[in-house]
Design a protein around this ligand. Structure first.
Ligand code: RRO
Length: 326
């Protein structure tokens, strides 16, 4: 079966690629994604300046591996590193036999001004010929202490989209969204995004479920030290919330806005379920973190086998084909 797809008009040889976050901070890490079966390469969310993130320990995995948490606090090398021609070249050179995959940059500015500055720098690099295929604007980071999740604040979300929209940048823009746990909230978010359908080419659902807490029975303290132990929840535990968000976003958004699914995907079957719910592509975060970039090869092989067994000849044939009871 044909695993190719496209996101916001960006062609992907495979509909499976990495989530921003784990193993995405350096060109060495990004090169390994490039060398794998992943269909695109997405960087760690960047801030304007490089920063170290929150104190350790800031990550945790459940013993049964069904849940993970992080309060990384945006450790990253700064936007200039991720859009630097050496970083991009080193990464893209690792793509298999002379091919080039889409190189996508994630940004998560601490202020609107920082996001605007980063978008301007990206636009400049693209105009100079840097092969940056698109930008994922992260409106959903749960781990900046004292900063709420932007996409839960609809006034702030409108303000950001309207300000960026006035800039008339030409690159492809996606929005990384937090999970919405109430359908009314999801509808409100979708309505705002629909108003900016000329700006937003795709959305990515979901970021981690914010402000979870894991407690160590032995020390009687949280496992994670920063932010009073509060951290973003990921892994198989969030898969059902992610599927619901992908499904509802696909139903609420204008058809020209693509949906990318992320949250707890570990197998080809998981990827297939997200496609049925309306995802044009899927990202792998926690499983990539735990297993390394060989997860992309494995998940692609599994998805391929499943589609063949089911008689689907392409990913395109199953996107949004979730059956209903009535
Ligand atoms: O770096 C982080 O703490 C982080 C980010 Br920016 C994000 O978007 N989601 C997450 O779970 N962690």
């Amino acid at each position: 079966a044909d695993l190719s797809s496209s996101v916001g008009g960006i062609p992907l040889v495979s509909c499976v690629y990495n989530a921003s976050g784990p193993r995405t901070g350096s060109s060495a890490a990004l090169s390994k994604i490039a060398a794998s079966s992943a269909g695109a390469i997405l960087t760690k969310s960047a801030t304007l300046e490089a920063q170290n993130g929150n104190p350790q320990p800031r990550t945790w995995h459940a013993e049964d591996n069904k849940a993970s948490m992080n309060s990384e606090g945006l450790p990253n090398s700064g936007i200039d590193y991720y859009i630097d021609s050496t970083t991009i070249q080193e990464t893209l050179e690792a793509c298999p036999n002379g091919t080039k995959k889409p190189y996508l940059v994630s940004i998560s500015g601490k202020t609107l001004q920082d996001n605007l500055e980063m978008l301007d720098r990206i636009a400049k690099k693209i105009s100079e010929g840097e092969p940056i295929a698109g930008v994922e604007l992260n409106l959903a980071c749960p781990n900046v202490i004292g900063k709420p999740i932007i996409a839960y604040d609809f006034d702030q979300m409108k303000d950001i989209l309207s300000t960026i929209s006035n800039k008339k940048h030409k690159f492809i823009l996606g929005l990384k969204l937090p999970p919405y746990l109430d359908s009314k909230h999801l509808q409100q978010a979708a309505a705002i995004i629909n108003d900016y359908s000329t700006l937003v080419s795709y959305v990515v659902c979901i970021n981690t479920i914010g402000n979870a807490l894991s407690v160590d029975e032995v020390s009687e303290a949280p496992f994670i030290s920063s932010n009073n132990g509060l951290a973003g929840l990921s892994g198989p535990a969030v898969k059902y919330t992610a599927l619901a968000n992908v499904r509802q976003m696909r139903q609420q958004l204008k058809s020209e806005i693509d949906v990318v699914g992320v949250g707890g995907i570990e197998t080809g079957t998981d990827a297939f379920l997200f496609l049925l719910c309306g995802a044009s592509a899927v990202q792998v975060g926690t499983c990539h973190w735990k297993e390394g970039p060989q997860c992309f090869d494995r998940i692609c092989t599994e998805l391929q086998q499943l589609l063949n067994e089911k008689g689907y000849t392409s990913v395109q044939d199953c996107i949004g084909k979730l059956k209903s009871w009535s």
